[in-house]
Each structure stands twice: as C-alpha cells, then as structure tokens.
Ligand binder design. Sequence first.
Ligand code: SF4
Length: 210
Amino acid sequence: MIDKKTHLLLDKGEALPIMEAFYTIQGEGYHKGTASYFIRTGGCDVGCHWCDVKESWDEKAHPIITVKEIVKKSLDFSDCVIVTGGEPLMWNMGPLTKELKKYNKKIHIETSGSHPLTGDWDWICLSPKKAKLPIDDAYKYADELKIIIYNNHDFVFAEEEAKKVNKKAILYLQPEWGKKEKMMPLMVDFVKKNPKWKLSLQTHKYLDIP
Ligand code: SF4
C-alpha cells in the first residue's frame, strides 16, 4: 500500500519505482558497445507477449526510490546513463533527468512512446509496439527507431512505423531473442533489399552480460 506522501513524490517524479540499476555495456542500437549505467523503472502497461522483462510490469513489485538516491548510485560509473523499463514514460522523468544533468551525464531513454514525453534527453530510442502504439508526438522526437522482429508481419509493421517517424531517425530492425534463428535470414534479406534499415543485435546477450 503506497502512502499519500509517496504518491505525491511519484506524481511529481521525485521518486520512481526501480526494478534494478546496473553498470554494463549497451548491447543494442546506435550506442552498442558503450559502457553505460542502466536504470530500469518498474511498471509497463504495453503488454508485449514476447517481453523478456515481464517482471517489470507490476510497478507495485518494485521499491520506490527518490531521484537523489537513484542518481547518487550512478555517480561511480560512466557518463552514459540509459533509462529503460518497463515503460519509463509512465512516470514523470523531469526530476530524474534534471538531477542527472547536474553531473553532466549523457542521458538516453528506451521507450515504446505510448505515453507523453517528459524529461530532457540526449538520445531517444523509440521502439513502437503493436500492443500499444506510440502517441503521435513520439515520432517527432525519436533519434532511433527500433522495431523488434518476431514474425513476418513485423516487417510490414516496421515499414508503417518508418513512414511516421522523423526523417533523421536511424532505422533498426532487431530480432526478438527467442525467434532469432528463424527470423535472422529473413532480416538479412530484408535489410539488403531495403538498405535504409540497419540490423541491431542484442550483443549483450551473446556476451552473457546484463
Ligand atoms: Fe516488455 Fe517493453 Fe513491451 Fe513493456 S514495452 S511489455 S517492457 S517489451
């Protein structure tokens, strides 16, 4: 049961449900290979059936931690901080990014775009999901568009989403981990035929790191 004071802190974004935070190497997308401190918020209402972090979905299952405490823990690590989830934009990200900026962190977010954008970001990875599409604004702010390929229809979905995103966004297709053997040959063909797309792999999983 969340008390009134904690509710207020959550509403203002001064505290957030945090599933985990860890230092590792960003494995995927444009910044792959970059040492990064990950902050994984709890709570997601998107509901992808293939989600590999289903334990993040219930925000009540995760401790609520103040932004000052979250940021303090990040200070011993590299300058790159990646906020992921769950769906981080279920929460007000303004106070977290403001506090991280005080320490000159480069702040990235990975979002489905299904909630309004809050916070001040250096890099926005928009990863639209069929289960709950991004809101219109999300396509304007994406630095990269990452589509997860689980089945053949996801190539059609990828092209539909690419039409909506701003022209500067870098386009990535990434295989869903459990389907990679089946989908990778098709993805290689697709990217060769449609070179505006790049291939992204979850290299952290090959390296067996978080
Ligand atoms: Fe999982 Fe991300 Fe989909 Fe949420 S948006 S269900 S965290 S894959």
